[in-house]
Design a protein around this ligand. Sequence first.
Ligand code: NAD
Ligand code: TYD
Length: 353
Amino acid sequence: MTLLVTGGAGFIGANFVLDWLAASDETVINLDKLTYAGNPETLASLQGDARHQLVQGDIGDAALVSRLLAEHRPRAVINFAAESHVDRSIHGPGEFIETNIVGTFRLLEAVRGYWADLPEADKTAFRFLHVSTDEVYGSLAKDDPAFAETHRYEPNSPYSASKAASDHLVRAWHHTYGLPVLTTNCSNNYGPYHFPEKLIPLMIVNALAGKPLPVYGDGMQVRDWLYVKDHCSAIRTVLAGGRLGETYNVGGWNEKPNIEIVQTVCKLLDELRPKAGGSYASQITYVTDRPGHDRRYAIDARKLEAELGWKPAETFETGIRKTVEWYLANPDWVAHVQSGAYREWVQKQYSAS
Ligand code: NAD
Ligand code: TYD
């Protein structure tokens, strides 16, 4: 048995592949374009492992995808591949449209062609699992109930709009062509191998480097944080038992304002890597807010729990400690991803603040 995973050299995809192969002998074909966010070093422990094959390529390359499907005959495709950073989508939305919308469309078409010709039993068992985000639902006011699967789509950033479009395509390929799809909409993830342009790893890396910790606006925007390995376990659960054509919201019941996240990271660093002259919190710097910044996300994950029995294993307290410890233990991984391209991004995003 084989899985085709796309975007499996990125943050969540790579965690998924590593966790999958730690528990299963099912082969993973990993199709990843290796953009700035894709990092084969994350998968270094799988070198020489016959159960894993990393293929550099684009989900929008229909010929390549069709060839991989014909050659490896996967029983499922799990689509992590995406442009994923809201701030980058504000500076340059084109790539988001290309990969998240056009790429997903081409991938769906290639998969549909493959699936249509499968023998009946394989056709019935086949799954296309699309990994998406809670950001498609837009922004909540302070006392609004958390996003349920029935919440209307109200995306506000080029990133979330492109993911919303991809979700609609996946839904339509099920309703129109019968493709056996599943969609997960997850809250903000954190954990090992997170590219240090996202809030939590950026704060850890900047704190240790003695740099400012840039908090957008008043720092009171709320996100609902989930440890990445809990997201991976939710995906495995939905893949195994999700009802066809359904969407499942995934979240950790951990709503926190950004400033509290940054203060928690500082406290953990104060404990684990104390610096002379006081707390890392003195590096916190308020900077100009992100345009169109969503105020609050919160996920209602009761459907996934009630139907499939999934629950996160980590609380925020245990997950964030593991995350900070991981970054302290892996300075080489961090140093290698902070390449020229990373430095250019930091210069572009934070120079005016
Ligand atoms: P990431 O940016 O770390 O990784 C994305 C991966 O996709 C990279 O390895 C990149 O090289 C690859 N990729 C980009 N364009 C590609 C293309 N055209 N063809 C093939 N590969 C391509 O993102 P992530 O944080 O790991 O997110 C993975 C998925 O989960 C995304 O679809 C994202 O929308 C979704 N998601 C992320 C979060 C989060 O908090 N990070 C939360 C919910 C959902
Ligand atoms: P991010 O990690 O980019 O995820 P998303 O925008 O997809 O939720 O940002 C998480 C929150 O942290 C978001 O409200 C923006 C904020 N943020 C900062 O305050 N400073 C920063 O330098 C970054 C990258 C994010």
